[in-house]
Design a protein around this ligand. Structure first.
Ligand SMILES: O=C(CO)COP(=O)(O)O
Length: 273
């Protein structure tokens, strides 16, 4: 491994656990300007206050909003975009490795949808970015979801293992993918993937404890990271949520302990007001 990639990777991974707690704020092209993400400067302030290892964003946000946070958190530069409404099966490439280098990014992130004929272009794009990232010593993160037009059950262990392994085959360092519903089924995904596997989050509808339970179960079978978005920054107390997740990931806390940390953080924040 080039030393540059090793150094950047070390900025992404927690020194204690070797895992990455990442928060994504790249949703508007995918899902619209969701409630809670309108004021992106405020969102980033609240997220960074929770102390995650990394935040993922597109170039325009990196340019306009990220600079005050440089040095406090790593930046993952998003280089593709899709839309659940307009082009759900295809990620468009919107940036490249040279730009990621110029923006001071610690990793580049690309999405790929597998499970349909559209994956031909997706594989071509990921293969190219993987080659360019390797040459630049830039870690490669990929969101790989088996949500292609021929996939019946994107959350099945076979589908998710296929997606994760496709990323590993193409040299992705950290693959973010979907939860399969249980630790037992997720173990199959982790065991079939020689790269680090990270989990995506989901909608705000579910409660915090459900997300903490999912995270704990996945960590127990080898999860190496999370890249959570909506349920964190749409929450009333994003920094407290992040600290609770960090306790699970870096201190091997139980869900009950993580919930206590969440309550403490909320109380402390309210006292400070
Ligand atoms: O990482 C994501 C978008 O890039 C998904 O985040 P959530 O599903 O947790 O909102």
């Amino acid at each position: 491994m080039f030393v540059g990639k090793q150094i950047r990777l070390s900025r992404l991974l927690n020194t204690k656990s070797g895992r990455m707690l990442g928060i994504t704020v790249d949703h508007p092209i995918t899902r619209g300007v969701l409630p809670g993400i309108e004021d992106i400067a405020r969102v980033l302030d609240e997220v960074v206050a929770g102390g995650p290892e990394a935040v993922t964003m597109h170039k325009g946000i990196a340019e306009k909003v990220f600079p005050p946070h440089a040095g406090k958190v790593s930046m993952i530069f998003k280089a593709s975009a899709y839309s659940t409404q307009f082009h759900p099966y295809e990620e468009a490439i919107v940036a490249d490795v040279d730009e990621a280098v110029r923006f001071g990014a610690d990793a580049i992130s690309v999405g790929m949808i597998v499970g349909g004929p559209e994956q031909t272009t997706q594989l071509t794009n990921l293969g190219r970015i993987s080659r360019e990232a390797a040459l630049a010593g830039m870690p490669l993160v990929a969101h790989i979801y088996p949500k292609g037009s021929r996939m019946d059950d994107p959350n099945s262990a076979d589908a998710v293992a296929y997606a994760a392994r496709a990323g590993a085959e193409l040299g992705v360092d950290l693959i973010k993918t979907l939860w399969t519903g249980s630790g037992e089924s997720f173990r199959k995904v982790v065991e079939a993937c020689p790269s680090r596997v990270a989990l995506a989050g989901g909608e705000m509808g579910e409660n915090l404890e459900d997300y903490l339970n999912m995270t704990r179960e996945a960590l127990d079978v080898g999860l190496a990271g999370v890249t959570y978005g909506r349920f964190v920054w749409q929450h009333d107390h994003p920094a407290a949520v992040i600290r609770a997740i960090a306790a699970l990931m870096h201190d091997e806390a139980s869900v009950a302990e993580a919930l206590e940390i969440y309550e403490e953080q909320v109380a402390r924040g309210q006292e400070a007001r």
